[in-house]
Write a protein that binds this ligand. Sequence first.
Ligand code: NFS
Length: 671
Amino acid sequence: MARKKRTHEEHTIDPAAQEMLYRADELGIGTAFSRADEMVPCNIGSAGMCCKICSMGPCRLTKDGQTGVCGATLDTIQARNLIRGIAAGAAAHSDHGRDMALTLKAVANDETEGYMIRDVAKLRMVASYYDIPIEDRSPKEIANDLADLYIAQFGQQHGKVIPVIRAPEKRQKVWEDTGVMPRGVDREIVECLHRTHIGDDQDPEHILQHAVRTAIGDGWGGSLIATDVSDILFGTPAPILGQANLGVLKKDMVNVVVHGHEPTLSQMVVAASQDPEIIEYAKAAGAEGVALSGICCTANEILMRQGIPAAGNFLHQELSILTGAVEAMVVDVQCIMQALTNLASNFHTQIITTSPKVKIKGAMHIEFDEHKALTIAKQILRTAIDNYKNRGEIQIPDATEDLIPGFSHEYINYMLGGSYRASFRPLNDAVMSGRIRGVAAIVGCNNPRSTQDYLHTYVAEQLLKQDVLIVETGCGAIASAKVGHLLGEAGLDQVGPGLREICETIGIPPVLHMGSCVDNSRILTVLSQVVEEGGLGDDIDQVPAVGLAPEWMSEKALSIGTYCVASGVYVIFGGSSPVSGMPDRVSDSDVVAKFISEGWEELYGGKMEFIPDPDEMVRKSLEHIDKKRADLGLPEYDPERYGQSGDARMLELEELPFAERRAAVYGVAAD
Ligand code: NFS
């Protein structure tokens, strides 16, 4: 039975995406949106009730009390399925971190082409966290030691993954006491697979404790390493003007879209695209030049560092090709749909795979190697330029939105106090006084089973009205960019009065773009700094903050959610729960759902819940923030209390007679 076919207005709220879906209909081409309509999800599998770990099955547990052939209960099967997803997500992010560490090592030894250490200050700061000597040493010497230390974290067998020392002390103790301190990034991922092999770990809570250990190894290990090294090699992001949506593709230029995750290749493509030799080559082909843009987290990496425009988020990958204006889509790893090559065969677009880990039938493979990075990036661009002459009819939606990305934790620290008084004090004070009610991190994917960008932007808008400051990463950040939430003071009239005052005073948008998904590690760092600053408790679980992934779909999101919970955050996923069980089997399947919510909350102060209704997501977020405020003894949030000072208030006061103005400003009686 096919699902109801949705209209394109139900598929996405983005008019540019709708335009491309109508074009797909005209051309008779399917997309993820139409395939999601045609493909009915298996209700046994999606609820985590199917075990296919050995060939005695697959066992589908649909009746009360039923077990698999080996005797596995529903709870065990759900826990196994969940931990395997978390392991895959942690592996993806952390392998990205490994590649970055290996690149740093190669750069430190002069073995690469085109790379350099761009952020020496960050290199020195990170090295000093681990007592790597920095005085009287060259950046390459320091980088060599840091690279060795970071590379060792992946294969380490004992002890703890070293970046965890950057978590609040109390949090580290929680992890020690509950036995979830990760020993080595790879070791925990391998152990997930071992424990879930037929006949191994069968206690669901015990299985899920190891899921926590694995995820901490990702968030505070592999992902943090990826972020650190990306900043050291390519620069720590700071605000920069960018653009988002399909209108960034250019009619008279060779359009090259980079898609995937690792910045090593995309940064080099950026450098190559500005090379006079390449620009000349493009002009000789009849184009005005090369227009580079990004999809998914690769987009975020080059957007927040170089201001290279983002063509869109996850569900825009097919839509960008549907414009007919893309000469090459260059992909590396993660979130790349296999459908791309088939779709591209309707146009002239060349799909180019570049990672030794990822090949797709029908794509051209130009393998990337950091030792010859610039040469390969130029080869890729020449291939795209050669393809320009094959372009047919094009249709580029007239849709772009400006945005200001680049709010790294270093920049947030700086922006709050300037060079002399860089500090999180003003942010903490704003939360303590109630001008900012709390903080929400809205992150994660698009999922064609929900209306593209709707949940992200709806939840963000509701929370902004309630004076909740929002930080975003990944495809969620691009969703906000497309509707204009990431632009300076635009849209501040939709924001609560206290938060508005803060945004106007500092000069920031109410939604801060903090980077790619791997950069959720930046959010962990911000939370740690907030704790260190004082006044909002002595551990992350006391901070009035929530994490939301309203349109999640990837296993990486499960790992992110789990390490955030382990760090003390209440995490809400939208969409369907992979551990829901059948509606009429709630009692049986409760063990896992309850453990990751109530059980984890008892252990870590954070909990994981799956809530499909956006209003309920907002309600529970605010309830949680208010509870944390009350636990800290902070004043109850009062929407009427602020918004009457700052520039707006001064303008109003100018209208008043002097005595009344003085009374209002200094709180003295108007005599
Ligand atoms: Ni995150 Fe980034 Fe997007 Fe989801 Fe995929 S790109 S790593 S997984 S789809 S947010």
